[in-house]
Design a protein around this ligand. Sequence first.
Ligand SMILES: [Zn+2]
Ligand SMILES: [Zn+2]
Length: 405
Amino acid sequence: MELEHIKSAVSGYIDKEAPSLWSLSLELHRHPEVAFQEKRASAAVARYLEERGFGIEMGVADLPTAFRAKRTAKGASKPVVSFMAEYDALPGLGHACGHNVIAMASAGAGAALANTVGPETGGVQVLGTPAEEGGGGKVIMAKKGFFRRIDANMMMHPSGETRAMVNFLALAELRFCFYGKASHASAAPEKGINALDGVLAAFNVISALRQHLPPGDKVHGVITEGGEAPNIIPEKAAAWFYVRSETEKGLEDILQRVINCARGAARSTGTRVRVDKNPITYAPMRVNGELASLFRRNLESLGIFEPDPLPPLAMGSSDVGNASQNVPTIHPEIQMVSPDTSAHTRAFAEAAGGTAGKRTLFLGAKALAMTGVDILLDKKARDRVKQEFRIEGRRPASRPRTAEK
Ligand SMILES: [Zn+2]
Ligand SMILES: [Zn+2]
């Protein structure tokens, strides 16, 4: 009974805060900033939290647009709930992934929880996590230990569907640069070495490899450089690939096989290849069904139900995967647009700055804050979440799915 009482108090706090939450979200929407450029957004979200009693550290993890906002618990053994605020936009498209909604849903949830449940019960934190859309802010923050000693780590993403449990694939990026020798393509082709042939051969063997990949493993690429003119044998050509797998071990395997394809292609075409692997690798999502069901029940109490059975969606990757390897984490989605509208479109950006975005923000903030109440006050729920985290760490990746990067 006490739990329900506190949950209605956090929900009431968010109703009271609704005008400031939405106006800040709109401010972010009107001034979109891309990965690692989110100066204005990170400052605005941090200021909102500072004004509501949080201690702020700006520029944490050596990332100028990351921050940590903390309301410390009284007592070292007290539980801690953390929310992740994403606020980067997409180049050319603005807030077409709705991170303006995410930022204020997390900030609102943090403020509501910290101002309703006292420090003697637990700690509340909001992490400003930049560059989800490329750059992997959370990968860097996870490496620097920002996802530690947290009992539940949460955020909500607007989407075309509502789903409490969302999975992500591990992701690595490879760039191949093939080098040959320029020559006149008609007058002296025998004197040239065609770098584009290296790229094309690589695409072909990678296509052949695809048939033999385990389910869940994916490779997709584009040609970023393919020569200058048809009458010149290309001396340089390049391709860029994303490689994905359900597990970190699977990712290592597939990476090696794709690199071998490029090296084989170079050998067979007489070209040289330089392989560059992006050091930022996205980990797979370590899902937490217990934490997701707490969130689902809170969302249901707000009148939002997940469709059942869930239609499968293509799975993407997110840097939240790296956070999820360290602490119990969820990345639920709340429907903001129709199922046929994908993120990263103009229609999605428009919804994120309109009535649908506003509704999603308040629902998300409330369900997140209420789940925070469960974690801070219900020891049994907290233990179930912790227990599943331990077990999930020993198991290969599991089912539910969504799309991000
Ligand atoms: Zn996105
Ligand atoms: Zn996103």
